[in-house]
Design a protein around this ligand. Structure first.
Ligand code: HEC
Ligand code: HEC
Ligand code: HEC
Ligand code: HEC
Length: 139
């Protein structure tokens, strides 16, 4: 009897944990985000619109290993703000192409502009995607 009770309590605990893990995996973040809100050129980012376009989370989100290397996005991982890593302490002097990865601007231009450029390459009528004002809308 007691054994059965212990088993059912344990089962309930596992189910509850499963529900919590499910809730974390489903956190899609805010639907609209302003990046660099305190800076000179805030960038407005329609997060939900991008998610609805079936762009994988891993196109934009990733992590960092203890040795400083980039790690790939995995479902349910803790998603941190870009600036948590893309700052002069964590990624000093790192660059990719023209983008300085130790700044939020470099991370933003590296990610946002690279994909928007690729979209224009597929469909020339989308030229607006590389206009400064498309992302840096007037306050
Ligand atoms: C096109 C790029 C892009 C895609 C696709 C994307 N995100 Fe994001 N997401 C961002 C950016 C940029 C931020 C803002 C990060 C910051 O504030 O530095 C963000 C923020 C978040 C945050 C809030 C993080 C925080 O601490 O403020 C969560 C949670 C999140 N995203 C989850 C997801 C999930 C889950 C998916 C896939 C279903 C997804 N995102 C798809 C770019 C993207
Ligand atoms: C947990 C730390 C961490 C967070 C958070 C993070 N990055 Fe990164 N990112 C890295 C690391 C590490 C690299 C690889 C740097 C190197 O060694 O070249 C990288 C590389 C990049 C690159 C260049 C390589 C590539 O994949 O194209 C871009 C662009 C980039 N990140 C954009 C972003 C954006 C945008 C966000 C927020 C949505 C973000 N990162 C959040 C750690 C992070
Ligand atoms: C992996 C690809 C990808 C990435 C990364 C990406 N975008 Fe986009 N973005 C798109 C696509 C696709 C559209 C929709 C284009 C269309 O069909 O009109 C879009 C549209 C937009 C629009 C709306 C343009 C309009 O129609 O008014 C804004 C604003 C925007 N993106 C900002 C950003 C910002 C800021 C970032 C980085 C934080 C970013 N995007 C990263 C693919 C991307
Ligand atoms: C596809 C989106 C996108 C486009 C297009 C874009 N930017 Fe950005 N830009 C960003 C993001 C995201 C950031 C990082 C967040 C921030 O600082 O506003 C940024 C940051 C910046 C910063 C740094 C602001 C600061 O406070 O440090 C400058 C300057 C800048 N962009 C200039 C431009 C100019 C000039 C153009 C047009 C030639 C342009 N950007 C086009 C997304 C974009």
């Amino acid at each position: 009897m007691l054994n059965k009770l212990v088993v059912s309590v344990a089962t309930a605990a596992i189910l509850a944990t499963g529900a919590v893990v499910g809730a974390i995996a489903a956190d899609k973040g805010p639907s609209e985000i302003t990046l660099g809100a305190d800076g000179k050129k805030p960038a407005v980012f329609p997060h939900a619109t991008h998610q609805a376009s079936d762009i994988a989370c891993g196109e934009c989100h990733h992590g960092m290993a203890a040795d400083g290397a980039q790690t790939a996005y995995t479902d349910g991982m803790t998603i941190q703000k870009c600036e948590t890593c893309h700052n002069p302490e964590k990624l000093a002097g790192k660059t990719k192409g023209a983008n300085k990865l130790d700044t939020l601007k470099g991370a933003g231009h590296g990610n946002c502009q690279e994909c928007h450029k690729a979209e224009i390459a597929k469909d020339a009528t989308k030229g607006k995607l590389m206009k400064c004002a498309t992302c840096h809308a007037k306050k």
